[in-house]
Ligand binder design. Structure first.
Ligand code: NAD
Length: 289
């Protein structure tokens, strides 16, 4: 297939390379010259303007920082510039309202679009093992799956347009909440006189078990290997978790949902990032307790 790929950063760079490896013809664009040079090394054809990159595309994939940029790129340079019948796949993590708005504009112009945000970080993007949660019609999902498979461990149809972003924001809000809860429980165990390693052994096999405790233990030297064992370097940056929590809070507002623990988790990560810790793994909340 002829695929245009816009946004070749930490995530998009590896994703575009995996599309090339699968035999697709990839036309790439990014504002960064370094990102473009890397894409060229990985076998992409590179362009200096989005309309040129999408001019022949059967599918357009975007992996961009936020909803404002996604909307600007589609409305200025993709809608009306890509050939009629091209499929649009936005894999960025963005707010629900913008995802629905851009898809509506694409549809009004005669294009099919899916929102397809991902779970998995840079290693999964490079390794082709991302999980895609896809919102769109059955027909659009079937076409999108062919594009997404070479980049994926799993491609799941979440529901109608916007459902991928709903799944992503709910998942990451839940992740933030159980991470903070896990940090609190580990710190309380230690302060109350229980060896935190014993707490891990017991709770990871009891009703307190959860991914943050069992697979990503946020206390150094305890339980599963995680960024905690490397001074909270690498992993999932607190600033990115805060971005996702803010999207979840905006989504809750749009949906009229009440999310008291989500709001509290957002305030906790805001304070942590404001104190200069945005680059630390999100399990570093443990160090504040
Ligand atoms: P990044 O900042 O590394 O990459 C974004 C790229 O977009 C950059 O190369 C930038 O130059 C480019 N860009 C910005 N504006 C542009 C424009 N107008 N036209 C073309 N290119 C433009 O970010 P990333 O880590 O690759 O994340 C991309 C998306 O994936 C975000 O929405 C993020 O939330 C999501 N995500 C990231 C991770 C992660 O671990 N990094 C995990 C899951 C989801």
């Amino acid at each position: 297939m002829k695929i245009a790929f816009i946004g070749l950063g930490n995530m998009g760079g590896g994703m575009a390379a995996n599309l090339v490896k699968a035999g697709h013809e990839v036309s790439a664009f990014d504002l960064s010259q370094d990102a473009l040079a890397r894409a060229k090394e990985n076998g992409c054809a590179t362009f200096t303007a989005v309309p040129d990159a999408v001019a022949q595309a059967e599918a357009v994939v975007t992996m961009l920082p936020n909803g404002g940029i996604v909307k600007a790129v589609y409305t200025s340079d993709v809608i009306g510039k890509a050939p009629a019948g091209a499929l649009f796949l936005d894999c960025s993590t963005i707010d629900l309202a913008t995802a629905r708005e851009v898809a509506g504009l694409a549809e009004a112009a005669g294009y099919e679009m899916v929102d397809a945000p991902v779970s998995g970080g840079i290693a999964a993007a490079n390794g082709g093992t991302l999980t895609f949660m896809v919102g769109g019609t059955d027909a659009a999902f079937a076409k999108a799956s062919q594009v997404l498979e070479p980049m994926a461990k799993a491609v799941i149809h979440a529901g109608a347009i916007g459902s991928g972003q709903v799944a992503k924001m709910c998942n990451n809000m839940l992740l933030a909440i159980h991470m903070i809860g896990t940090c609190e429980a580990l710190a309380l165990a230690e302060k109350a006189g229980l060896d935190p390693q014993k707490f891990y052994e017991i709770s990871s096999k009891s009703t307190g078990y959860n991914w943050s405790l069992n697979d990503y233990t946020p206390a150094p030297g305890i339980g599963a290997k995680s960024p905690a064992d490397n001074d909270y370097q690498g992993g999932f940056a607190s600033a990115l978790m805060l971005k996702d929590l803010r999207l979840a809070m905006a989504g809750a507002d749009t949906a009229g949902a009440t999310v008291p623990l989500g709001e509290h988790a957002t305030r906790i990560y805001e304070a942590f990032v404001d104190a200069g810790n945005g680059g630390k793994d999100f399990g570093a909340i443990f160090t504040t307790l």
